[in-house]
Design a protein around this ligand. Structure first.
Ligand SMILES: [Ca+2]
Ligand SMILES: [Ca+2]
Ligand SMILES: [Ca+2]
Ligand SMILES: [Ca+2]
Length: 480
C-alpha cells in the first residue's frame, strides 16, 4: 500500500513595499498515518465514510472535518519562510483582527535576533511584516533599529481602532537610551513611542490587558533600579536595585499615557520578565496580574506570582508559586489564561516550566511541565513531557489560548513538540500532540474567533529555523 504525496512550491513575486518575500510550500495529499483515520472501506476508495479529523472530506459532502464531536486539531503542511536568509523570522508573532473584512484574521510576523544573540552595543535592524490572512501575501514591512520586533502585541483603542506595539530593546545609535516601545497603526504609521534610560530590559516583554476602559499596554522593565517613579507622586526613601517595574499605559487620543506603575517591593525581585493580566483573584473588582519574579533573598530560581492589579507603587503579592526541583529559572517561561476546564466556568491560569531536572530511580530525569491554577491560586492538574535531548527545553516554552465555543483549549510548544490540552474537572487531558521540526525555540499566537473557513489558526514561529508553521483547530460541533 503506498501513500501518494503531491509537492508544489509557490513563490510570491516581490511587491513594491516588500523587503523580503515569502515562499509558501504547500504539501497537499493524504497521509494514512494521521490520527483517528479508520482503515476500512475508505481505503478501497468506493463508499464515502464517516467524517474523521484528518484534513480530508471523508463523507464527500464538500466540507472538510465538519460535524465532529471533538475539536479537530491538525498540523498544516503550510509553511511561511522568507526567500532570503531567514534567521530570526518568527521571533515574535501576533494574530491581528480581520482588517479588510474578508472573514480572515491577519498576522504580524517579526524578524529579530534571538535572546542569546542580543548585543546592546551593536543593535540590529528588525522587521515586522503584516501578512494578509487569506492570501498570505505581505501587505507591508516596517523596519526599525534597536532589534525592533523583539516583542509584539496587538490591542484596540477606546474607540475600537486596532493598533500594534513592538519593542526595540537595544541601544539606539550613539545616544544612551536603552529600550524603546513603538505603537503603530495598520498602515505602518507610528502613533507614539516611549523610551527609557534603563538598564537593558525595556522592550523585552509586552502584554495587552483588556479592561472596561479599553486595552492597556503593559511594558515591563525587569532590571529597573531607581528611587523615582515615572509618575509625579512616586518616590522611595532609597533606590531599589533591580527591583523591576511594570508600566501600564493607555493609548488615548493617539498618545501613550502612563496610567500606573508597579515596582518590585524589594531589591533583586526583577519583576515582569513575563506578565499578563488575569481575572480578579482578590475580589476588589480590578483585574490582577500573573507575573514572574525572584525572591529577594538572593535565590536564583524564578517564581510565578499572582499580584494585586489595583496597586500603584510597590507590588503586593497574593500568591506565589515555585518549583521544588531545579528549573534553571525557566519556571514561568510562558503564561496564559482561559476557560480551560470543560466542567467549570471559572477562569484558569496556566504557566510553563520547560526544563525541570529531577531524578527517577536514581537516574537524572528531565521533564517539562504545564501547571494549571485558578485566579485565587488553587492548584489544579499539570501536564508533563519527558525531555530526551540533554540540554533542550520542552513543552511550556510557549503558550496560547484558543477559544472553541464555550471553553478554551491550551496550546503549548517547545523545541520539537506541540501539544493541545484542556482540563476536565481539574485534571489535565491531552487532546492532540505533534512533533515539530527540531532545532528551534517556539513562539505561538492563536487567532480568536474562527475564520470564514471555520478554523482557528495557531501560528507557530520557529525563529532559529526561519520558519512559521500553522496548526488549525476546528471547534467541535455543539450538540443542540
Ligand atoms: Ca465532509
Ligand atoms: Ca475528515
Ligand atoms: Ca482579512
Ligand atoms: Ca483584583
Amino acid at each position: 500500500m503506498s501513500t501518494k504525496h503531491l509537492y508544489s512550491t509557490l513563490s510570491i513575486s516581490s511587491l513594491s513595499r516588500v523587503v523580503f518575500c515569502l515562499s509558501i510550500i504547500n504539501i497537499a495529499g493524504c497521509s494514512l498515518t494521521e490520527p483517528n483515520v479508520s482503515f476500512d472501506g475508505c481505503l478501497a476508495g468506493t463508499a464515502p465514510c464517516d467524517e474523521v479529523c484528518n484534513g480530508e472530506d471523508d463523507d464527500e459532502d464538500g466540507n472538510i472535518d465538519e460535524a465532529l464531536s471533538e475539536a479537530c486539531v491538525l498540523l498544516s503542511n503550510l509553511s511561511l519562510s522568507p526567500s532570503s536568509s531567514g534567521e530570526g523570522f518568527g521571533r515574535s508573532l501576533s494574530t491581528v483582527p480581520d482588517l479588510n473584512n474578508d472573514g480572515y484574521n491577519e498576522l504580524l510576523i517579526a524578524t529579530s535576533r534571538s535572546n542569546s544573540e542580543l548585543d546592546q552595543e551593536s543593535p540590529e535592524v528588525g522587521k515586522v511584516a503584516l501578512i494578509d490572512g487569506a492570501s498570505r501575501e505581505i501587505e507591508w514591512v516596517v523596519e526599525y533599529g534597536g532589534d525592533f520586533g523583539y516583542s509584539l502585541v496587538v490591542g484596540e483603542t477606546d474607540n475600537g481602532e486596532p493598533y500594534w506595539c513592538s519593542g526595540a530593546p537595544t541601544k539606539e545609535g550613539d545616544d544612551n537610551r536603552f529600550g524603546r516601545i513603538l505603537c503603530l497603526d495598520f498602515n505602518g504609521g507610528v502613533i507614539d513611542s516611549f523610551s527609557a534610560q534603563s538598564d537593558f530590559g525595556l522592550g523585552h516583554w509586552l502584554s495587552i490587558m483588556s479592561t472596561e476602559r479599553g486595552d492597556q499596554l503593559m511594558v515591563s522593565e525587569p532590571l529597573w533600579s531607581e528611587a523615582e517613579g515615572l509618575l509625579d507622586n512616586f518616590s522611595l526613601e532609597e533606590a531599589r536595585f533591580e527591583a523591576g517595574r511594570i508600566l501600564i499605559f493607555g493609548l488615548d487620543g493617539g498618545e501613550l499615557t502612563p496610567q500606573r506603575e508597579l515596582i518590585g517591593s524589594a531589591s533583586d525581585q526583577r519583576i515582569g520578565e513575563r506578565v499578563i493580566g488575569v481575572g480578579d483573584g482578590n475580589d476588589d473588582g480590578i483585574s490582577d496580574l500573573l507575573l514572574t519574579g525572584y525572591s529577594s533573598d538572593g535565590a536564583d530560581e524564578r517564581q510565578v506570582w499572582l499580584a494585586d492589579g489595583g496597586r500603584n507603587g510597590s507590588l503586593s503579592r497574593l500568591k506565589r508559586f515555585s518549583a521544588s526541583e531545579f528549573t534553571d529559572s525557566t519556571f514561568g517561561a510562558s503564561l496564559t489564561s482561559g476557560f480551560f476546564d470543560t466542567e467549570s466556568d471559572i477562569e484558569i491560569l496556566a504557566f510553563g516550566a520547560p526544563f525541570i531536572e529531577g531524578s527517577r530511580d536514581g537516574e537524572l530525569d528531565r521533564l517539562s511541565r504545564v501547571y494549571f491554577t485558578t485566579v485565587t491560586g488553587e492548584p489544579l492538574g499539570t501536564n508533563s513531557a519527558r525531555i530526551l535531548e540533554m540540554e533542550d527545553l520542552g513543552i511550556g516554552q510557549s503558550m496560547a489560548t484558543a477559544s472553541v465555543g464555550d471553553s478554551d483549549l491550551l496550546v503549548t510548544a517547545g523545541p520539537g513538540k506541540f501539544r493541545v490540552l484542556r482540563l476536565v474537572g481539574g485534571n489535565a487531558e491531552l487532546i492532540q500532540e505533534f512533533d515539530l521540526p527540531q532545532g528551534s525555540s517556539t513562539v505561538l499566537s492563536s487567532s480568536g474567533e474562527p475564520d470564514e473557513d471555520g478554523l482557528i489558526k495557531v501560528w507557530i514561529g520557529l525563529p532559529e529555523l526561519g520558519l512559521v508553521k500553522l496548526a488549525t483547530i476546528r471547534p467541535a460541533e455543539l450538540d443542540e
